[in-house]
Design a protein around this ligand. Structure first.
Ligand SMILES: *[C@@H]1O[C@H](CO)[C@@H](O)[C@H](O)[C@H]1NC(C)=O
Ligand SMILES: *[C@@H]1O[C@H](CO)[C@@H](O)[C@H](O)[C@H]1NC(C)=O
Ligand SMILES: *[C@@H]1O[C@H](CO)[C@@H](O)[C@H](O)[C@H]1NC(C)=O
Length: 258
């Protein structure tokens, strides 16, 4: 007589085969500068400035604000003055030099070949007033879509935000365990059967589901993955008078194909 376990095992194997996971950024991307530069570019996709008061500085020879060692990325903000204003709206006075990187490969859930993405990492994020670190996805073409997987705005909380439009935003704000230890955040983006424009985004803190948002018009839209240490702006001001660091490790991006 056949064991009932055999068909069960076969069914599980077939179900597992129907989706395949491909790691597109491995957890080793902060092991060395060669690894960093294989998977990431320095600064923002559009340059050194954004909507806070930090101007990003870094390249393959200047690692004063963007450094890696032993699998950890460290972004460092230091006060500065006499640098004029940010080139990006709302054109704040530049009060800091800091660091940002973005992934070389865009993230696109297309619902046909690519049915999802998992974007995760572990963070020691500064939470003082005027520190604005983030781990986020934003539109390559016209903005939004945007999804913030971690955003700390000068309080001991992190924000999971999904932007349908500039004004239609869903935010889930959760307490951040600000204990000096690494904690993880994760977003799981999935296409929706029979829906040709939206994706669901499950947001996790330390592997516990915190919220599921629906992002309109995310399907087929290429997204940048950015890790930045902005300052002031949405996190309040004045920011710190000393050095601020933001540490990141075990960032992994996994593509789920059908
Ligand atoms: C890197 O940046 C420094 C200033 O921060 C600059 O002097 C140098 O020319 C840059 N190097 C490259 C390779 O762009
Ligand atoms: C975005 O729009 C979808 C409908 O397409 C809706 O279900 C969802 O709640 C909206 N999400 C946000 C972030 O407003
Ligand atoms: C800054 O830009 C980010 C990303 O585009 C956006 O989420 C945020 O609302 C902007 N904040 C301010 C204060 O301009």
């Amino acid at each position: 007589m056949l064991s009932p376990l055999i068909p069960l095992t076969l069914t599980v194997a077939i179900a597992t085969l129907s989706h395949a996971d491909t790691v597109v950024i491995p957890t080793s991307s902060f092991d060395s500068y060669a690894d960093l530069e294989t998977y990431w570019n320095y600064l923002y996709p559009w340059g050194s400035d954004h909507n806070g008061s930090a101007r990003m500085v870094g390249n393959s020879t200047d690692h004063s604000h963007i450094s890696v060692a032993n699998g950890v990325l460290t972004l460092t903000a230091t006060p500065t003055s006499g640098q004029g204003t940010s080139s990006e709206s709302p054109h704040l006075t530049i009060d800091y030099f800091s660091g940002t990187i973005y992934a070389k490969d865009d993230i696109t859930v297309d619902g046909t070949d690519v049915v999802g993405y998992v974007v995760e990492g572990e963070f020691i994020a500064p939470t003082a007033v005027g520190t604005w670190p983030a781990f986020w996805l934003t539109a390559v073409n016209s903005w939004p879509p945007e999804a913030d997987i971690g955003e700390w705005k000068g309080t001991q909380q992190t924000w999971f935000n999904t932007f349908n439009t500039s004004s239609e935003v869903k935010s889930t704000i959760v307490a951040w365990p600000d204990d000096g230890e690494f904690h993880s955040v994760k977003a799981v983006l999935s296409s929706i059967e029979g829906d040709s424009s939206d994706v669901t985004i499950d947001y996790y803190l330390d592997n516990v589901l915190q919220a599921t948002h629906v992002g309109a018009d995310f399907l087929g839209a290429p997204l940048y993955l950015i890790i930045d240490l902005q300052m002031e702006g949405s996190s309040g001001s004045p920011g710190p008078t000393g050095t601020t660091t933001y540490q990141i490790r075990n960032v992994q991006v996994t593509k789920v194909t059908s």
